[in-house]
Write a protein that binds this ligand. Structure first.
Ligand SMILES: Nc1ncnc2c1ncn2[C@@H]1O[C@H](COP(=O)(O)OP(=O)(O)OP(=O)(O)O)[C@@H](O)[C@H]1O
Ligand SMILES: [Mg+2]
Length: 321
């Protein structure tokens, strides 16, 4: 992958974070995250690249330490046997001295991504895909249990974070033996000798100071710990089907997970999950993120309309849940 850094710099200079698709250098959003935005730049030489824009940094030292942790997280995943697309990162500094980190990956066909596949597959195809994901997740916990003493790796299991590696347009239902790629590497959570390698407060940057303080005090550790908890990561994966408007699949998935727990993953000694747990988790989670988005919109309003300043983040419209 050859990145045209100058093009990216011009893109960032010209970007209106309120209307990312109307910028002078045309781009198309591939996915909105809670924190970052993934898009492609519509330019022939950059058409095979997916960029993730991270306007989180105040200075070069912070970017450099993030990049180092980001690279080491990939190494850990690869050590575990989780395959990631080719990747890299570039730091852009604008003429106004704003620093924005752009992560990039090989752009994958959008139809190969889990959140697209689940809408086109039969129920048994979805079960195969989820089973393939469960097997990937299981490798992480296997590693945490007996891999390297003192090293613990976290992961976000959501279906939108996985792609089928050898995707072809005529692929029917996914197979349980399908090779998967893990996409969502921008939250590189792992601990060495109990020390979180990432400065997790970075992820509070998109919120106003008072909210930041509050989230840090009451929520941050909890949110981070979730990604280290096998059972919670799986509950999150299944609950995500409610967000994807696929609630009819949830009871079958609960059963699939419990069978997995009592057979292949018996060594992890997991207690079964329940439908009620999934529903409660979803309600709680959906309302948290909704509130988070509203707070950020209010923050944007104050910064741009009242203080007439610049607001760096691209916010999605209200997400349908
Ligand atoms: N390499 C890629 N090729 C094609 N599409 C991608 C690629 N990476 C991400 N996407 C799209 O963007 C979506 C969001 O990406 P990803 O999961 O990495 O970030 P995120 O969930 O938005 O991150 P966060 O919530 O941590 O900010 C993916 O579900 C996928 O649809
Ligand atoms: Mg994701």
């Amino acid at each position: 992958m050859k990145i045209d850094t100058e093009l990216l710099r011009r893109f960032e200079e010209g970007l209106d974070p309120r209307k990312p698709e109307d910028s002078p250098i045309p781009a198309r959003v591939l996915g909105y995250g809670e924190i970052s935005t993934v898009f492609e730049i519509l330019h022939e030489e950059q058409s095979d690249i997916a960029f993730k824009r991270m306007p989180l940094f105040d200075n070069m030292e912070d970017v450099e330490s993030y990049r180092e942790v980001y690279d080491r997280y990939h190494e850990r995943l690869n050590q575990i046997g989780i395959v990631t697309p080719d990747y890299g990162s570039v730091t852009i500094e604008t003429s106004k001295e704003r620093i924005v980190l752009y992560l990039y990956q090989t752009k994958l066909p959008s139809e190969s991504i889990g959140s697209s596949l689940i809408h086109r597959s039969s129920e048994s195809g979805v079960h195969n895909l989820v089973l393939a994901v469960l097997r990937q997740l299981s490798k992480v916990w296997e590693f945490n249990k007996k891999g390297h003493p003192g090293v613990e790796v976290a992961i976000d299991g959501q279906i939108s974070n996985w792609a089928v590696k050898n995707y072809t347009p005529n692929l029917g239902d996914p197979d349980a033996g399908e090779e998967l790629l893990y996409l969502d590497t921008s939250t590189p959570l792992f601990r060495e000798n109990g020390v979180e390698q990432l400065d997790v407060e970075l992820f509070l940057k998109p919120t106003p100071p008072i909210v930041r303080w509050y989230l840090k005090k009451y929520y941050l550790q909890d949110i981070v710990d979730r990604y280290y908890d096998f059972r919670k990561v799986i509950i999150d994966l299944v609950a995500n089907f409610l967000k994807e408007q696929k609630s009819d699949l949830v009871p079958g998935l609960v059963e699939l997970v419990n069978t997995f727990f009592s057979t292949e993953a018996a060594g992890h000694d997991m207690s079964p999950i329940t439908l009620k747990e999934i529903e409660e988790y979803y309600e709680d989670d959906a309302s948290t993120w909704k509130l988070y988005l509203r707070v950020r919109k209010a923050h944007r309003f104050v910064k741009t309309k009242i203080l007439r300043g610049y607001y760096a983040f691209i916010l999605p419209d209200e997400i349908e849940r």
